[in-house]
Ligand binder design. Structure first.
Ligand code: C2E
Ligand code: MG
Ligand code: MG
Ligand code: MG
Length: 280
């Protein structure tokens, strides 16, 4: 009997392992088809000026609706796409799509400020990345100063010299460079003075429970002060409450982004943000 139980347990164990690896394989193979199946689309989340609450830009965020697997979060599939070497192709599609959206807003006389695109580590580490960005800007006609690229600390640290050179080229083109999830990666602060970074995005983990959380409040104030003294803009992400918005406005943060203002939405659902003068 004990033996039987043991066997059953063993069977159960391998079954669950198999289930997980099959799920992972399904995810990988679905990802391979996603571009061709047109299963990706972008949503856009407004960023606003902390003081005036006027629209300052949009962040483009990738969505994937697989016909069989359903909606899968980018927090899950982006790391998989990085691992299986698909992120370059997907990232280029995102960039192209976001720039096209920017151009069509401009053509409609809608001033969106800047459009921000997230860049994954392996994209930035490719030698061809700068050319790719230049190509997309040229092909779509989006002015470079309308584009913002969000990079993370860790994606700069893997090959700081060559990534640094590329960031300088991108900045020279007029593109705005932001550090996403600032404070959560392993990095030296040295790059902030060496590289043409324009903006720090305070990670939403530090925005949570402000102003009640004394630690987060202290960290947020310190990041704003750091930005000030290095002449960088600072934006708070994941702002969900009026209290948080007030805190960032009162403490000299430049921009804010979060569900309080709007969830990420399809471009067609964002029309009201262009009513001038727009205020939240
Ligand atoms: P991120 O770039 O830091 O984006 C912010 C995430 O926080 C987004 O999740 C956004 O929907 C969410 N968010 C915004 N405001 C709030 C809020 O007030 N409260 C809460 N709880 N969440 C808020 P999302 O869209 O699921 O994206 C997750 C991550 O996936 C992104 O983090 C980014 O790292 C990655 N990602 C998304 N799209 C792309 C892309 O096109 N390329 C790359 N490389 N990564 C992407
Ligand atoms: Mg981002
Ligand atoms: Mg972020
Ligand atoms: Mg994040």
């Amino acid at each position: 009997r004990a033996k039987q139980d043991g066997r059953n347990n063993y069977a159960f164990y391998t079954q669950s392992l198999t289930y997980e690896s099959v799920a992972h394989l399904k995810l990988q193979s679905a990802l391979h088809d996603a571009l061709a199946q047109e299963a990706f689309y972008l949503v856009y989340q407004p960023k606003v000026d902390c003081k005036t609450k006027a629209l300052s830009g949009f962040e483009a965020l990738l969505r994937w609706n697989d016909p069989l697997l359903g909606s899968i979060s980018p927090a899950i599939f982006i790391p998989v796409a990085e691992k299986i070497g698909l992120i370059q192709e997907i990232g280029r599609w995102v960039l192209q799509q976001a720039c096209e959206q920017g151009v069509s807003w401009l053509a409609e006389g809608k001033d969106f400020g800047r459009i921000a695109v997230n860049v994954a580590g392996p994209q930035l580490q490719r030698r061809t990345f700068v050319n790719e960005v230049a190509d997309v800007l040229k092909a779509t006609g989006l002015p470079a100063n309308r584009l913002e690229l969000e990079v993370t600390e860790s994606c700069m640290m893997s090959d700081p010299e060559s990534v640094g050179r590329d960031l300088i080229l991108l900045a020279d083109m007029g593109i705005v460079l932001s550090i996403d999830d600032f404070g959560t990666g392993y990095s030296s602060l040295n790059y902030l003075k060496k590289l043409p970074i324009n903006k720090l995005k305070i990670d939403q983990g530090f925005v949570r429970d402000i102003p009640e959380d004394a630690n987060n409040t202290a960290i947020a104030k310190a990041v704003i002060a750091l930005g000030r003294s290095l002449n960088l803009k600072v934006i708070a992400e994941g702002v969900e409450t009026p209290e948080q918005a007030m805190f960032f406005a009162d403490n000299g943060c430049d921009e804010a982004q979060g569900y309080l203002f709007s969830k990420p939405k399809a471009a067609s659902e964002l029309e009201h943000f262009f009513e001038v003068p727009y205020c939240v």
